[in-house]
Write a protein that binds this ligand. Structure first.
Ligand code: ZN
Length: 482
């Protein structure tokens, strides 16, 4: 009886106003998928298949007009659909072609469709909104001297567009960017068609599409007075760099290094996983470089400030390139698995510097070993890092997940030998390509390649408060451990 009356009530309410439908449900609240470090990131109940993002840019002083279209399917019956979105104004929302009620709850945008959605239903969401590059940067849009770039890691994609903002839900992306005449827009993936005059004749529209699924945190849109520099890499891979037009010639000495970096990485871990690669050099002081998929973001100053030695700059280029395999093609299942991104990227960065004869891997790892206990005390163990302090979102990116995690890989190589370690690295990126994977998967695969269960060896390295003895280097533990 109650069921029937509830159904009747739902039918009556569906025929009434949208506000009444919303009022009939409990208050909207921010939801998450249970990430230990970001409890309200991501949303339960659906799987996004594709994002189609349209942005109309005027200047850095005005919000962009945006339309986000999400194609998804429900994994459970849903009366509401939570998206992650903040820092923009929503004008309208539709679910499956019908207007939907919408409201904000924390950093979630909560949609209430006219009728509840069953499990396994196709879900087509359209949100008309603004995307605001202004305000103090906490990730999302980055303002540059001549336009915008994007830096969404770890949890800032939803400051730019409504999404299921967790790397566990990867999807295909299409970008449609309209710019004033004279500006150039580039995004992840490859152009779908040549840039064309925008509808209505005002400016130019640029369309790009990712050929592989991508995490929201890896989205990139660059708008600026840019030169797009093209060359080819291994197997004719299209390489596309995006640089300030005025610096094009000055930066060529760095840009031309990428094909050799790609060959170097491919020799170690196998074929490059995406349709294109390149560097985006932005006139901004971000304080970090970022492995946005197919188009890594770099600050201009790292290439133009002569204080950085050449080997160091190259090793940072290799770090971001290595992330295309470790972090982008294989994304972390939870943010506690961040060490799988940064540990591997740091590993190849260090190995590259070692190969240049500038800074040996063994010296770097010995130095990391000396600091590892201190890093663990400050940031938690590599695979269970402490959450960032409020308002310090990139505070998650501490030494323990960089050199502290590369040290775990070094310990593993010491334990199982170089041949098994290299097999593991290749297999990891091959079997988990275009997917997500976590720490338990890595321990399992390492054990298979070693032919012995490594759980008892790896767990203290990944989860211990202190650093275990280094295999093959008893002298590193030294007197302090007596
Ligand atoms: Zn990194």
């Amino acid at each position: 009886m109650r069921l029937t009356s509830a159904r009747l009530r739902a039918a009556l309410l569906a025929a009434a106003s949208l506000t009444l439908v919303a009022a009939a449900l409990p208050p909207a609240q921010p939801l998450g998928i249970g990430d230990r470090l970001f409890p309200t990131l991501g949303n339960p109940g659906y799987d996004v298949l594709a994002y189609d993002l349209s942005f109309a840019y005027r200047s850095n002083d005005a919000p962009l007009d945006a339309v986000t279209v999400i194609t998804a399917r429900t994994l459970e019956p849903l009366e509401r659909v939570n998206l992650d979105f903040t820092h923009g104004k929503v004008a309208a929302a539709e679910v499956n072609g019908q207007p939907a009620a919408f409201e904000s709850a924390g950093e979630d945008l909560v949609l209430t469709p006219r009728t509840p959605l069953p499990r396994g239903a196709a879900l087509h969401i359209t949100v008309r909104h603004t995307s605001d590059p202004r305000g103090r940067g906490d990730g999302g849009w980055v303002t540059t001297g001549d336009g915008l770039a994007m830096a969404n890691q770890a949890d800032a994609a939803h400051r730019v567009f409504p999404c299921n903002d967790h790397p566990a839900d990867k999807a295909y992306f299409t970008f449609r960017i309209t710019t004033p005449a004279g500006k150039t827009a580039v995004a992840n993936g490859l152009p779908v068609a040549p840039a064309h005059r925008a509808a209505g004749g005002a400016g130019t529209t640029w369309i790009y599409r990712s050929h592989h699924p991508m995490a929201t945190e890896l989205a990139q849109v660059s708008i600026g007075d840019s030169a797009v520099v093209r060359r080819t890499g291994p197997r004719d891979l299209p390489i596309r760099d995006v640089v300030p037009a005025a610096d094009r010639e000055r930066l060529e000495k760095w840009l031309k290094k990428t094909p050799a970096h790609l060959e170097w990485m491919e020799q170690r871990v196998g074929r490059y996983p995406f349709e294109t690669y390149g560097v985006l050099i932005a006139g901004a002081n971000t304080g970090f470089e970022l492995e946005t998929q197919t188009l890594s973001l770099f600050e201009r100053s790292i290439f133009t400030d002569t204080a950085y030695p050449e080997w160091y700059v190259e090793s940072i280029m290799v770090h971001e390139l290595a992330h295309q395999w470790f972090g982008d093609s294989v994304t972390p299942r939870t943010w506690s698995d961040l060490w799988l991104n940064e540990g591997h990227a740091t590993w190849y960065e260090a190995l590259y510097a070692d190969g240049l004869g500038k800074y040996s891997l063994e010296r770097r790892m010995r130095e990391a070993y000396q600091r590892s206990d201190q890093w663990r005390a400050a940031g938690g163990p590599p695979a269970e890092p402490k959450a960032a302090a409020p308002g310090q979102k990139i505070g998650l990116f501490r030494p323990v997940v960089y050199d502290g995690a590369a040290l775990v890989l070094y310990a593993l190589r010491q334990k199982i030998g170089t041949a098994a370690f290299e097999r593991l690295e290749r297999r990891w990126v091959a079997e988990h390509a275009d997917s997500t994977a976590g720490t338990a998967d890595f321990i399992a695969m390492a054990s298979q390649e070693a032919g012995t269960d490594l759980t008892a060896f790896l767990r203290p390295w990944l989860y211990g408060k202190t650093t275990p003895p280094m295999p093959g280097h008893p002298e590193w533990s030294g007197p302090k451990r007596v």
